[in-house]
Design a protein around this ligand. Structure first.
Ligand SMILES: Cc1cc2nc3c(=O)[nH]c(=O)nc-3n(C[C@H](O)[C@H](O)[C@H](O)COP(=O)(O)OP(=O)(O)OC[C@H]3O[C@@H](n4cnc5c(N)ncnc54)[C@H](O)[C@@H]3O)c2cc1C
Ligand code: FES
Length: 506
């Protein structure tokens, strides 16, 4: 008997489908073993791979906008004509097929040859581009430079021992033990060689000579540049309490940090997580998946209330409690003596492992020393250029004029960092592309994904559609009637539509 689970979905498109069967804007079918999505956009019909190249999200459940289809899970976008991943977090193109019409039938039989991305082009090619940072923004910039056919030299400096990795996974599936380590690299090692990107790992840039246009490394070497991208990200805040330097006390930013947590977790029966925000709670969920008793200690009265509001905060707390997490809210750890984590309130938790996730600080030292304009982040213009021409900044360190909120904002989101890296990459080639993406982030707690579009530091009203407790909701954060941001659980289409509406509004 055929394996129903593995058989591809929908009609066999090579045998043809009647136009009358294709009434909406998408139809999922297959060609051989491959699932293919037929998409109608205007008067044209396209055929594209049906699964997102980020985490395999089902594009059939996404939204078509112009000549792009957007993924329901983390809002990547693919060009229907070329298959190119035009918006991160997806970076790899999808296959596209030829669509043939015979009378009232549509046939899909043949893949198009790898179609070139729509290149914006090199207006002003610098000979040497240096990128400081081997994370989301740095990697996305380097990859985009080569996608744009840039032929000059790219040097990418990273303090991390590993090549760029999928950092969000470090608090989720990889930490939980459900994703193997070979899922983590954004690209395999030979990508850098083949793309001629000189990735230097484990090196620290210590200063920038903006007049001589050189980056100085810790070992004394200098690296000249014509254009420079700063993408140094953020680092976890250190808690100024006794006992944080012990081997069982961890912070989480890099793959090396994550490996150390996993090694400690192997022998652990009980963990204390200090910090009840996104990273702390994702770590809590992952340690619960390893059957470790988890205590979360946080200063706030409700987890995530500052970002998501009281109702979502209560939901997140209840969700973690359902999975056995024990909260100590309105409290903090005042010292760690061996295995004893001493609470400020007077209690003691005996823990084999402690993970501190109390927020991050942007890594601004290089920029400050070089005299770049700083305002709680590196100040950049709408094209992500700093006040020193030729030096750009992107990702967690950059404060940019966000046209949607009308404010200068700095956020710590993976997708924003990647998209800014891509824009900065194109702008280093002489484009003047304005960074105008609506901010987006996601967070995952057990089987519950929370998606967030927009930016709301304050609001005067929260409007809830659906039922948060039933994990089916769209929460709008409004100020004077205007929607600033939208959080959602299992309302992916509505979340994408909110994103598109915000793009059109401003
Ligand atoms: C565990 C974890 C989970 C996360 N999950 C999510 C999520 O689910 N959703 C979401 O939206 N965001 C998430 N984030 C946040 C997201 O990862 C960041 O916003 C994103 O990585 C920022 O990208 P970046 O390029 O600015 O910085 P990073 O990715 O941190 O990269 C910075 C790079 O710069 C290098 N560097 C810094 N200083 C120097 C120097 N002087 N010399 C050389 N190299 C230097 C660092 O070594 C690093 O390679 C998560 C973060 C963590 C740590
Ligand atoms: S699975 Fe498509 S964007 Fe993540």
């Amino acid at each position: 008997m055929a394996d129903q689970q593995n058989s591809p979905a929908g009609p066999d498109l090579s045998q043809g489908v009647a136009l009358s069967e294709f009434s909406g804007d998408k139809l999922l079918g297959h060609v051989g073993d491959e699932e293919v999505l037929l998409v109608r956009s205007g008067s044209e019909i396209f055929a594209i791979g049906a699964h997102c190249s980020h985490y395999h999200g089902p594009l059939a459940d996404g939204v078509v906008e112009g000549e792009g289809v957007r993924c329901p899970w983390h809002h990547a976008c693919f060009d229907l004509r070329t298959g190119e991943a035009t918006r991160a977090p997806a970076l790899s193109a999808l296959p596209v097929w030829k669509v043939e019409r015979e009378g009232e039938q549509i046939f899909v039989r043949q893949k198009r040859e790898q179609v070139k991305p729509r290149i914006k082009g090199v207006v002003d090619a610098p000979a040497r581009i240096v990128i400081v940072g081997g994370g989301a923004a740095g990697f996305a910039a380097a990859e985009m430079l080569r996608r744009q056919d840039y032929q000059g030299s790219i040097v990418m400096l990273s303090q991390e021992a590993s090549a760029p990795v999928d950092r969000p996974n470090l608090s989720k599936d990889y930490l939980a033990g459900s994703a193997p380590e070979d899922w983590l690299p954004l690209r395999p090692d030979d990508f850098y060689r083949e793309a001629d990107i000189d990735l230097r790992r484990g090196v620290e840039a210590t200063s920038i000579d903006t007049r001589a246009k050189k980056v100085l490394l810790a070992g004394g070497e200098t690296i000249p540049y014509d254009r420079l991208l700063l993408a140094t990200g953020a680092e976890p805040v250190r808690l100024p309490i006794p006992g944080v330097d012990q081997p069982h006390v961890h912070m989480l930013r890099s793959l090396a940090n994550c490996r150390a947590i996993i090694a400690s977790a192997k022998e652990a029966r009980r963990a204390v997580v200090i910090g009840a925000s996104f990273i702390g709670l994702e770590v809590a969920a992952s340690l619960r998946a390893r059957n470790i008793e988890v205590h979360v200690v946080g200063l706030e009265q409700r987890p995530m209330e500052r970002v998501l509001g009281a109702e979502m905060g209560d939901f997140v707390r209840a969700l973690h409690e359902e999975h056995g997490v024990i909260f100590h809210l309105g409290d903090t750890v005042s010292s760690i003596e061996g295995k004893r984590a001493n609470l400020k309130s007077g209690g003691v938790i005996e823990a084999d492992i402690v993970v501190i996730g109390v927020g991050v600080r942007p890594r601004l030292a290089l920029a400050e020393k070089a005299g770049l304009a700083i305002d709680r982040g590196i100040t950049v213009d709408a094209c992500l250029e700093t006040n020193v021409p030729g030096i750009y900044a992107a990702g967690d360190i950059a404060r940019w004029p966000d046209k949607h909120s009308g404010e200068s904002i700095r956020v710590e989101h993976w997708v924003v960092a990647e998209r800014q890296g891509q824009t900065a990459g194109r702008n280093m080639l002489g484009q003047r592309e304005v960074f105008d993406a609506v901010p987006f982030f996601w967070s995952q707690h057990y089987d519950v994904p929370i998606n967030y579009v927009g930016h709301a530091e304050k609001w005067d009203e929260i409007a809830i559609d659906g039922d948060i407790g039933a994990r089916d909701c769209l929460v709008r954060y409004k100020s004077r009637g205007r929607v600033l941001a939208v959080a959602s659980i299992y309302r992916d289409v509505a979340s994408l539509e909110a994103e598109i509406a915000m793009e059109k509004e401003s």
